[in-house]
Design a binder for this molecule. Structure first.
Ligand code: PAF
Length: 283
């Protein structure tokens, strides 16, 4: 496995691969790699010819410097895991290379407006602008590629799809399904903070999503079911919505078709989120 930190070496590596007719697969990460990343590496291995993974803890997507400082950093383990998953090139760019002006603001960035201000963005002003800005830079340096992201962070996936569409990147975004425990709980690094009782309560998320996926109903009925199952499980609900997957605009009652259910809430003070497909029928 080749390891790079220099932006120009990374750019040339990707371009050399393309010149040899190889499809480049890119897996952007912030390190602290886990099973969710493993599924992205596997997908990239299977559907691209050469796999590049980036590790960069992007300060522009953190609002709070203590959050940034306490973000887990496990470089040795990450290297081992990337190697075991068949990553061909592991790129860890420096802060100076990615954001030369930091901590001063960078004048040229991506702004999303409403799409970044709802749901997970509501309490984290600027978070999704920071994600979109760094991902745009990763795309510019890598060039034409397939880029792999998990459906677990559905809002992030939507933001990145819009970024590609609106700014015309030569990137095919590949979404990977949520990785779940055998009992249905979506994998998250926060799950370890739950007691066995909390874990049982948290199963309310996947139960609610399974319930609405089973039967097409109106948007209001699906919302009610989501909230009812979550509250019944003892989850303190942050939101339980049915949205258009491309715009994240909440569905109106009477709309029909495939939409996305987004749920988030607290169990034992731990914030968890999940999502899944949902069918709506008009009345
Ligand atoms: O999901 C993540 O790990 C990050 O938000 C990403 C996409 C690598 C951008 O920093």
């Amino acid at each position: 496995m080749l390891e790079l930190s220099d932006i120009e070496a990374w750019r040339s590596f990707a371009s050399e691969q393309r010149s040899k007719g190889r499809r480049v697969g890119l897996v952007p990460t912030m390190g602290a790699l886990h099973e969710g990343h493993v599924s992205l590496f596997r997908a990239a291995r299977e559907t691209s010819d050469v796999v590049l993974a980036t590790i960069f803890v992007n300060p522009r997507q953190f609002q709070d410097s203590s959050d940034l400082d306490s973000y887990p950093r496990t470089p040795d383990r990450d290297r081992e895991l990337a190697l075991a998953c068949g990553v061909d090139c592991l790129i860890s760019p420096t802060l100076e290379a990615m954001w030369p002006d930091f901590p001063a603001p960078t004048p040229t960035t991506v702004t999303l407006g409403q799409l970044g201000e709802v749901f997970e963005g509501a309490g984290r002003p600027g978070h999704f602008d920071g994600v979109a800005s760094v991902v745009a830079k990763l795309f510019v340096i890598t060039g034409a590629c397939r880029a792999y992201f998990g459906e677990k962070d559905f809002q992030q996936l939507t933001v990145i799809r819009r970024l590609v569409r609106d700014l015309g990147f030569d990137v095919e975004v590949v979404a990977q399904p949520i990785v779940r425990d055998d009992d249905g709980l979506a994998l998250s690094s926060r799950n370890v903070l739950l007691s066995p009782d909390g874990h049982r309560q948290a199963l309310g998320f996947s139960r609610a999503l399974r319930r609405v996926a089973k039967e097409p109903r109106s948007a209001d009925a699906q919302r009610e079911t989501l909230r009812g199952v979550l509250e019944g499980a003892g989850v303190e609900v942050a939101y339980a919505e049915v949205v258009d997957p491309l715009t994240l605009v909440p569905s109106r009652d009477g709309e029909a078709g495939e939409r996305r259910a987004l749920v988030a809430g607290f169990v034992e003070g731990v914030r968890l989120l999940d999502n899944g497909p949902v069918q709506l029928v008009g009345r």
